[in-house]
Design a protein around this ligand. Structure first.
Ligand code: KG4
Ligand code: ZN
Length: 346
């Protein structure tokens, strides 16, 4: 089954073609970062308008790259939520219109399920069950995954998401949006240990996160270092290193705790922050010591992309799941509300 995937939930237009027999055939992405950078964050209306401009040219591109014709497509998957309502509506309206015109089924995909399943596109995908750490700009969640659609939230952020914390810390250091990659770059030049930032909530039992205290600590440190003048390059790098270290250490502690609690040895990390190299290598080291293994998507499939939506949609469409034309987009959509995958023929 050949499925077209459309991702338009935020500031990336992603379009991909996934075939349940042949795998990922083509994938194209347009990032709107340059459009939003001057505002220091995503402007929803500008995001929606640009998705309208880019979606069809990207569709032509993936068809050409895959050597396919529109008539070969057997189903359309679009991100139905969570995300910005206007941006979601662009993908949903286009996806349903195309599906209707082509006479094929359409399905709204949950953006975080897309992230969660992105490691399935890799050569050695994880087996179920596993624990997933979803770390993006809008979510920080630990999820027990028993099968597709069988999700139990083990813990989540009580305030900012991890990616949001990276973005806010970057802003304090005068770095552009989205801040995660910039913090990571500066952290690479920082002196480890010069500043010791608090690791939020690690001494409390449970698997929830909170990044607001770390944010305040970062701001206070920036202000102390500035002390009337400009922040020096060295101070900025050392603060970035301390911030990244605190977030990574916290995530590693909670992931190990979640695996122990669930008696599992497989961890999946996904979402934009899972592109962070320090997080990837530290988790790998920490888990290897316990005979556990970490799985993550290729870097280009950590941040938003169409391939993950095409994959998640293809699995569900192939199992017979379809959305009616009037299905609403869901700007807020708890992942636990997703139905389990239908058993083929059942
Ligand atoms: O998954 P994603 O592309 O979009 C959402 O669904 O939110 O995640 C974007 C987030 C941003 O907050 C960005 O700063 C963060 O992921 N991010 C990173 C890195 N690359 C992206 N954070 C830390 N280190 C990175 N290398
Ligand atoms: Zn995302």
């Amino acid at each position: 089954m050949l499925v077209l995937g459309l991702e338009t939930s935020c500031d990336e237009t992603g379009v991909a073609l996934y075939d349940t027999g042949r795998g990922l055939l083509a994938d194209a992405l347009f990032s709107q970062v340059d459009i939003h950078v001057e505002y220091g964050g995503v402007v929803p209306e500008l995001a929606s308008r640009d998705h309208i401009r880019k979606a069809l040219p990207l569709l032509d591109q993936v068809l050409a790259d895959a050597g396919c014709a529109a008539g070969d497509i057997d189903g359309v998957a679009y991100t139905a939520g969570p995300g910005l309502v206007g941006a979601l509506m662009v993908g949903a309206t286009l996806g349903r219109a195309l599906a209707w015109g082509w006479g094929v089924p359409a399905l709204g995909v949950h953006h975080m399920e897309g992230h969660l399943l992105a490691p399935m596109l890799e050569a050695e995908p994880p087996q179920f069950p596993f624990v997933a750490l979803l770390v993006s700009g809008g979510h920080t969640q630990l999820v027990r995954v028993d099968a597709i659609g069988r999700y139990r939230i083990l813990g989540e952020s009580l305030d900012d998401a991890a990616g949001e914390a990276f973005d806010k810390a970057a802003k304090m250091l005068g770095l552009p949006y989205p801040g995660g990659p910039h913090i990571a770059r500066l952290a690479g030049h920082g002196t480890p240990g010069r500043f010791d930032f608090p690791r939020p909530m690690v001494n409390r039992p449970g698997l929830d996160f909170s990044f607001s205290g770390l944010k305040t600590h970062t701001l206070n440190t920036v202000e102390q270092c500035r002390a009337g003048g400009r922040l020096s390059e060295r101070d900025a790098c050392d603060i970035a290193a301390a911030f990244e270290e605190a977030v990574v250490a916290t995530l590693v502690i909670k992931c190990r705790r979640a695996l122990r609690q669930e008696h599992l040895k497989r961890l999946v990390i996904a979402g934009g922050v899972s592109a962070n190299r320090t997080l990837r290598s530290r988790l790998q080291q920490a888990l290897a010591r316990e005979g556990a293994r970490v799985y993550y998507p290729a870097p280009q499939y950590c941040t938003d992309n169409g391939a993950m939506i095409a994959y998640a949609g293809a699995v569900r469409l192939a199992a017979g799941q379809v959305d009616p034309p009037e299905a609403p987009v869901r700007p807020r959509w708890p992942m636990e509300e997703l139905p389990p995958l239908a058993v083929a023929g059942g």
